[in-house]
Design a protein around this ligand. Structure first.
Ligand code: DNO
Length: 368
């Protein structure tokens, strides 16, 4: 497990590189050029600037999240080749600074969806919350108008200036089926994976969040079976997965431990976080601790330990605690606590493996 931490860039994140450097066991940042629109080439000079900033603190920039995919590629439009060619140029530019993994997603129109960025938890902290009824009753275009009237409420993909584009996009997706979307993903992968092989840079698809159809838009990265299909579209190790426990774990029929065992070396990036599922279909994100949510984070870490996972791993969204002002889900404190929980589990499993369960009697042995 190689621990990394998401960082949104200088001037774009309340968390600083010196702070990240002080979180135990963090070796690199997960980054992106967030202002470059999907479909455009990431310029070499901009990439080199981030490299300089990050390496000053002894951190690496091996993992990018995300190089977003232009909607024309997802829709299979005639102009998609131009955007795929640009994607390939970005891959080459990233390989030039030794980036090893590119996380991306194939969700139509929107990235992750929540209904409240500051839902309340019993301990009076707040976290990202999803209220099923609100989404079911929601006209997405109405929501975007509401966002336009309230600049504090933003979600990726919901930017008010995209309102007109969004209307067109919804119309364009009307007759795109799940199978079409899979075929468009295959077309994309068949062109980019050979380049990834040549430049030694792995692609890792992020699951849809939440992993079910939303607003009538098709979603395909949702279950173990679907992930298997996607890996088989192009059977190369460079066509891999970002296994996000918090996204896939939103479906009770998804077994994360089984996925870790099945996909093993095709998991290039692990996102580990917990979430509390309610009976009515609502959910809220929680601390990473197993007891606080519905997912067995202890079992998930054990599964990674069992397969000797050497891939990049990051804690995922955290709660907003201790009055921290931060990007929703991306504060310093709760994610740093999450990391310590993940290391705690990992180190304990290591100790047990080294010494055998019955020989572990002194918890302070971990200090050695
Ligand atoms: C949410 C993230 C996602 C993720 C993209 C990957 O915070 O997990 O936005 O970065 O879906 O492409």
């Amino acid at each position: 497990m190689r621990m990394v931490f998401r960082w949104f860039g200088e001037g774009n994140d309340s968390v600083t590189l010196p702070q990240i450097k002080q979180i135990p066991g963090v070796e690199g940042v997960v980054w992106a050029l967030h202002d470059i629109p999907p479909g455009e080439i990431w310029p070499k000079a901009r990439i080199l600037k981030v490299k300089k900033q990050v390496e000053r603190y002894g951190l690496h920039l091996d993992v990018v999240e995300s190089v977003n995919i232009h909607e024309s590629i997802k829709l299979g439009r005639a102009d998609r080749d131009r955007y795929i060619t640009n994607y390939i140029e970005t891959i080459k530019n990233l390989a030039a600074v030794d980036v090893k993994v590119i996380c991306y997603n194939f969700m139509p129109v929107f990235d992750w969806i929540r209904t409240d960025l500051y839902g309340s938890l019993p301990d009076k902290s707040t976290a990202l919350f999803y209220e099923k009824a609100k989404v079911t009753d929601m006209d997405p275009l109405e929501l975007v108008k509401k966002i336009a009237a309230n600049p504090d409420y933003t979600m990726p993909g919901w930017e008010p200036e995209r309102l007109e584009i969004l209307k067109d996009l919804f119309a364009a997706y009307l007759d795109v089926t799940e199978n079409d979307l899979i075929a468009h993903l295959q077309y994309f992968l068949e062109r980019v994976i050979p380049v990834c092989e040549e430049y030694d840079i792995k692609l890792a698809i992020h699951p849809d969040d939440p992993p079910w159809e939303i607003f009538g838009l098709p979603r395909i990265v949702t279950t173990q079976e679907r992930l298997r299909d996607i890996l088989n579209l192009v059977p190369s190790n460079y066509n891999g997965i970002t296994l996000c426990s918090g996204a896939l774990g939103l479906r009770r029929d998804n077994d994360i431990v089984s996925m870790i065992h099945e996909f093993q070396e095709r998991i290039h990036f692990a996102h580990i976080r917990n979430v509390k599922l309610f009976g009515n279909g609502d959910f809220i994100e929680t601390s990473h601790r197993t007891n606080d949510g519905s997912l067995g984070i202890d079992e998930i870490v054990r599964a990674y330990h069992d397969i000797d996972f050497t891939g990049y791993t990051r804690p995922d969204h955290g709660r907003h605690i201790w009055d921290e002002q931060c990007r929703p889900g991306y504060g310093l404190y709760d994610r740093a606590l999450g990391i310590m929980y993940l290391w705690g589990l990992w180190d304990a499993y290591q100790l047990v493996k080294r010494k055998g369960v019955s020989n572990v009697t002194n918890p302070f042995e971990l200090e050695r």
